[in-house]
Design a protein. Structure first.
Length: 122
């Protein structure tokens, strides 16, 4: 008998930006391009992996350089993980549908694809 897998570990980047910094859209666009989802405003989440951690560390440094503050957390959901996975999978489906409708568009970055594949197979 195999034990049921426990909750996945996620990386969460929670940040605050200066009101008129212009970084809000840049950070969100970069995080979304990585495959991150936003369960709340200024809170991005990705399944934990070395590549995701490196990418979030780069974003954290960019936020700090822009006068903001950010915390990078490794979390294991206590409750609500199915909701987070559903948000993540819905985002993946949007990308898949977009690429199906317009195959000339650039594919999502490799990091996002790898993470989406891992979540989808869970």
């Amino acid at each position: 008998m195999t034990a049921a897998p426990g909750p996945a570990t996620w990386l969460v980047l929670a940040y605050r930006l200066p009101a008129n910094s212009g970084l809000k859209a840049v950070i969100r666009r970069k995080a979304t391009a990585l495959g991150a989802v936003y369960p709340a405003s200024a809170v991005a989440a990705l399944p934990a992996s070395p590549a995701a951690e490196r990418a979030f560390r780069r974003l954290r440094n960019m936020i700090g350089a822009g006068g903001g503050s950010a915390q990078l957390l490794r979390v294991e959901p206590v409750e609500g993980e199915p909701d987070l996975i559903a948000i993540f999978n819905a985002a993946r489906e949007i990308v898949v549908d977009t690429l199906r409708d317009d195959p000339v568009r650039r594919a999502p970055p490799l990091i996002g694809v790898q993470l989406w594949m891992r979540i989808a197979s869970s």
